[in-house]
Design a protein around this ligand. Structure first.
Ligand SMILES: [Zn+2]
Length: 237
């Protein structure tokens, strides 16, 4: 069984019909046969929204099931149909932010050859750490200029599933440590900002970098040796 994750094939699905496959009354949680709700993971926070009359306040993936924490009226029963609707304003902001971060990774790799070491995102704001030591002179304004040029270029963003054997031999994917993905995974989802950045990624992205808008680098700081942090905001283009 498990939950089919509709956002992996189409990040623009805002509402959907599903059937309840499991109920956890102690946690006020529901598992569904399919969902458009993104569960926290891969650096991207979960969606919020509604399942029928219930408010969805958290979403987690456990094994093959996506669990929706809900608040409100009585829980439905296993087998009941539900209509889901995600908070699109929040999700779209997260999609813009997530794509902006991949553009940032691609730009920093191409310009300085530095890999990402960590990060975190909220709707329209984020931080990412890179293996700089130290940050180059004038880095903040320069990276902002380079990222905004790539966003304005309207590069296509494509999500695709690749067989693991193909993915581990892709030179663009090797730098993002695709070989660390367990061998039990037979298909790897890859997000390709065509001509700029390719990563194994399960998150949700906009169709074109132009849809992101622009970024503003709000702060750069040192988080220790070989670890420099970039803070940014996503703003309308
Ligand atoms: Zn990502």
């Amino acid at each position: 069984m498990g939950t089919e994750m509709l956002f992996l094939r189409d990040a623009y699905v805002r509402d959907f019909d599903a059937t309840v496959t499991a109920v956890d009354p102690d946690g006020s949680r529901l598992a569904l046969d399919q969902t458009a709700f993104y569960p926290t993971g891969g650096g991207q926070p979960h969606d919020t929204g509604r399942l029928g009359d219930l408010a969805v306040t958290a979403v987690r993936k456990e094994g093959d099931d996506v669990w929706h924490t809900v608040e409100g009226a009585a829980l439905p029963a296993v087998g009941d149909p539900v209509h889901g609707e995600i908070d699109w304003e929040r999700r779209h902001a997260l999609m813009r932010t997530h794509t902006a971060l991949h553009v940032l990774c691609g730009v920093i790799w191409n310009e300085w050859g530095k890999a990402v070491t960590g990060g975190n995102m909220e709707p329209l704001s984020a931080r990412m750490d890179f293996e700089f030591d130290p940050l180059p002179e004038g880095f903040g304004p320069r990276v902002e200029e380079l990222v905004n040029a790539e966003l304005a270029a309207g590069r296509k963003v494509e999500g695709d599933f690749l067989p693991r054997d193909t993915a581990v031999e892709d030179e663009d994917l090797i730098r993002t440590k695709v070989n660390m993905i367990p061998e039990s995974v037979h298909e790897i989802r890859v997000v390709d900002i065509v001509g700029l950045d390719k990563q194994a990624d399960g998150g949700t992205h906009v169709h074109s970098t132009a849809e992101v808008g622009r970024i503003r680098v709000t702060k750069t700081e040192s988080k220790g040796k070989g670890n420099k942090r970039v803070r940014l905001e996503v703003v309308d283009g």
